[in-house]
Design a protein around this ligand. Sequence first.
Ligand code: UD1
Length: 345
Amino acid sequence: MERTKILVTGGAGYIGSHAVVELYNAGFQPVLVDNFSNSSEKVLSGIEQILGTKVPFHNIDCNDAEAMRAVFAEEGSLRGVIHFAAFKAVGESTQKPLEYYQNNVGSLLTLLQIMREFGVEALVFSSSCTVYGIPDALPVTEQTPTKKANSPYGATKQMCEDILRDVAAAPNNTLRTILLRYFNPIGAHPSAKIGELPLGVPQNLIPYVTQTAAGIREQLTIHGNTYDTPDGTNIRDYVHVVDLAKAHVVAVQRLLEAQGEAVETFNVGTGRGNSVLEVVQAFERASGQKLNYTIGPPRPGDVPAIYADVTKATEELGFQTTSTLEEALASAWKWQLSLGGEVKK
Ligand code: UD1
């Protein structure tokens, strides 16, 4: 039987590559689009090694309407799209706001236009818990009001969500959309053939932790320990990237079966909050490595604490987390070791 084709923009990225593997394992034919702006060709060979087959790949920018149109025409029978492709560094977005709005909002508009031209009616969109800003109460549910974003990056996610809700509300709309609000994805595929590949100095916690343990970085700086949290460090909801990837497969299935409303929103996290210090300790247990860290000042724009209520995703998507924090961190460490960094004892 022919596999149902799903276009995956940003398919060579961190979450995208794991979703490609899970889509294929679930019987879909992922078709990748990526321009390697924050990834590498190595990811494609990692995917191939895991699946034992190549997946169709197009090296193009999602903002390039003509090139995207050509992909839709060439592939012929795309049934849905997962739109991962975006810039995602909070700090950088304050330095380059125009680039963030152009790339993140512009590419969605281009994509929606072309999907309409080709009659492709199912879309999974990568949103983020950043849309909640600093929440008044925890955990956050999908009903928790969104607040003004702390960064241009966050604003692009809010704008994209607004665009998709407006499209869904228009008369004669045929597009079905699922907005997945990711909490903090961590870890790597158990094979250690794919994982997070930050370019340059990592901005996110886990790659900084694993690179420090591997001796690539001198020391982790914990950004502040005087927050109003039990140990004073920030609290986040760290979800294993493979669990997160699987949520996309279920979302695609739900869209293709035309269940639910025209636009639906789901938190995807574990429902657990862990502090930065707890992450450091869990990493030390998972890896057997002592981590060199120091406490620095708070990072501008950081939300003190956020974690998800995942009841809706559990009940309606059948979403489940299968990994503990330690297991996720162990997979991140295995991935780091596979990259060949020196291990500092
Ligand atoms: C942020 C965004 C999220 C986005 C993600 C992608 C918000 C609220 N969240 O997540 O939407 O998808 O970036 O990049 O805007 N930390 C340290 N030392 C470090 C690095 C991080 O202590 O060297 C701490 C941070 O202060 C934070 C936690 O680790 O408390 C997680 O940080 P990070 O991995 O950067 O993710 P978020 O900022 O939570």
